[in-house]
Design a binder for this molecule. Structure first.
Ligand code: DX5
Ligand code: ZN
Length: 225
């Protein structure tokens, strides 16, 4: 089951509720929220107060992608703000098992993210703890970058490991998801497709979400045929 997660990083923040509503009408089934602290990544975006505001304007799950150092310190605040899924970077967590446990203890779905240079197999010990694995297909920090092709091998490996280990985590991809890449991304096994500039970049989020999701669903049908 392929789903589209519009990433508000490329939305007009002054009109956020309208932008989210449009992306939802276009078929988005969760909202991807990029949290950046200017340390783990060289950019600063938003935090729990904005998540709490968004929470009042949509019923969709809020998929909070934490690109921050010391995520443990912020997890209670994201829970209070109404975050649904919380993903933390393998590279930012000294005690990843503890951090994933902490997210679950706060009644949110825990997930792990890996940067392009991080190997999937490092995650094997904790794969049973996560709702999804997020593969970064660009170096995190900015929207509108080019998809890194070797990410497809990571999607295939995660699909294989899920079968081998008898697990049920979902496989998410983030970075450079667009019309020219979405077919191979879906064929390689991604189910949760994050897209920022491809949805919001042209100022027509409903139309552009719909056409990207249509392309993804066509690729999914070919993949099972
Ligand atoms: C980048 C963020 C992404 C970003 C993707 O660090 O994690 O979610 O919005 O942007 P696009 O879809 O434009 O590559
Ligand atoms: Zn993201």
């Amino acid at each position: 089951m392929v789903e589209l997660l519009p990433s508000i990083l490329s939305a007009d923040f002054a009109r956020l509720a309208d932008e989210i509503a449009a992306a939802e009408r276009g078929g988005g089934t969760a909202i991807h929220v990029d949290v950046m602290d200017g340390h783990f990544v060289p950019n600063i975006t938003l935090g729990p107060p904005i998540v709490a505001s968004i929470r009042k304007h949509t019923k969709l799950p809020l998929d909070c992608h934490l690109m921050i150092e010391n995520p443990d310190e912020s997890i209670p605040a994201f829970a209070d703000a109404g975050a649904s899924w919380v993903s933390v970077h393998y590279e930012a967590c000294r005690h990843l098992h503890r951090t994933l446990d902490l997210i679950a203890q706060h009644q949110m779905q825990p997930a792990v993210v890996i940067n392009p240079a991080t190997e999937v197999d490092l995650l094997v010990p904790i794969l049973g703890m996560v709702h999804h694995v997020l593969v970064m297909s660009v170096d995190p920090g900015f929207g509108g970058q080019h998809f890194i092709p070797y990410s497809l091998n990571k999607l295939r490996r995660l699909t294989e490991l899920r079968r081998e280990l008898g697990l049920s985590y979902r496989i998410e991809i983030d970075g450079g998801v667009a019309h020219d890449t979405v077919g191979s991304i879906v064929e390689a096994g991604a189910e949760l497709l994050v897209a920022g500039s491809a949805v919001f970049g042209q100022g027509h989020p409903e139309r552009d979400a719909r056409s990207l999701l249509d392309a993804a669903q066509r690729a999914a049908q070919v993949a099972v045929a």
